[in-house]
Design a protein around this ligand. Structure first.
Ligand SMILES: [Zn+2]
Length: 243
């Protein structure tokens, strides 16, 4: 038996999503060591796999891919009820501590698996603890350390004060994330300047350069609020996409 154990899924409605879009109305799937070995109408499997799942009346499909997430369990209910991004959400982010990230990450990974997402791109300020959690949980993740360099408390009042030392620390976290975690298990990394009103142009260019040098992608938030549009227009005389 393999280290990860083997699994036989029996009698499920299997949508394979293969090239021919093969569907088995009642099929089996045998997985060994994390890989699908066989799939079809009665598949060959050892007499007693470590796990056997009865999938009758269930759909078996490839995992969902969540292309943008932040895994912020501790904001649950807040975003939905008093979700003013600049007044409530961003300042709240200032309360989280790096040491909280691992258990938040584990809770998030469990929720992902429960919801059927096996792959996600997630962006967070203190990604190291998340990466540890992801490695433990086994999700496939593209992780970005977001680079945001404004004073969040002043921003609450509508004032943009850019703090180069904050940006520098965030950039260093992004580089450390890449160095320490890229390619480990199912983890890869991405550069993530947060938004055109929250990170300055030099930071975007720095991220682009680093990404090109190391073969990474870059992600960012774009036009996520009216306030961002106004600030970018004020700074650069353009809309965020034009900028
Ligand atoms: Zn986002």
């Amino acid at each position: 038996m393999s280290a990860m154990g083997d699994i036989l899924i029996k009698d499920g409605f299997i949508a394979t999503m293969d090239r021919d879009r093969t569907v088995y109305k009642s099929g089996d799937m045998y997985i060994d060591d994390g890989k699908i070995v066989s799939i079809g109408k009665d598949v060959e499997a050892p007499r007693s796999p470590e796990y056997t799942m009865d999938a009758r009346n269930k759909v078996v499909i490839p995992g969902f891919v969540n292309v943008h997430t932040h895994l912020q369990q501790y904001f649950r209910g807040v975003y939905e009820l008093i979700g003013d991004f600049y007044k409530v959400n961003l300042p709240l982010e200032g309360y989280r501590r790096p040491e909280d990230m691992e258990w938040l990450g584990l809770a998030s990974c469990a929720e992902f698996i429960h919801g059927g997402s096996t792959t996600a791109m997630l962006i967070y300020t203190y990604p190291d603890g998340f990466a540890k959690a992801v490695e433990e949980a086994g999700n496939r993740m593209i992780i970005g350390a977001d680079i945001e360099e404004v004073d969040l408390n002043r921003l609450k009042e509508g004032v943009y004060e850019y703090l180069p030392e904050k940006g520098e620390a965030a950039y260093k976290r992004a580089v450390d994330l890449h160095r320490n975690w890229h390619g480990k298990g199912l983890i890869t990394t991405i550069m993530a300047p947060k938004a055109a009103d929250l990170a300055v142009t030099e930071t975007y260019l720095r991220c682009k350069e680093y990404a090109e040098e190391h073969g990474l992608n870059v992600t960012t938030h774009l036009s996520q609020s009216w306030r961002e549009v106004q600030q970018v227009e004020r700074l650069y005389g353009k809309t965020p996409p034009q900028h």
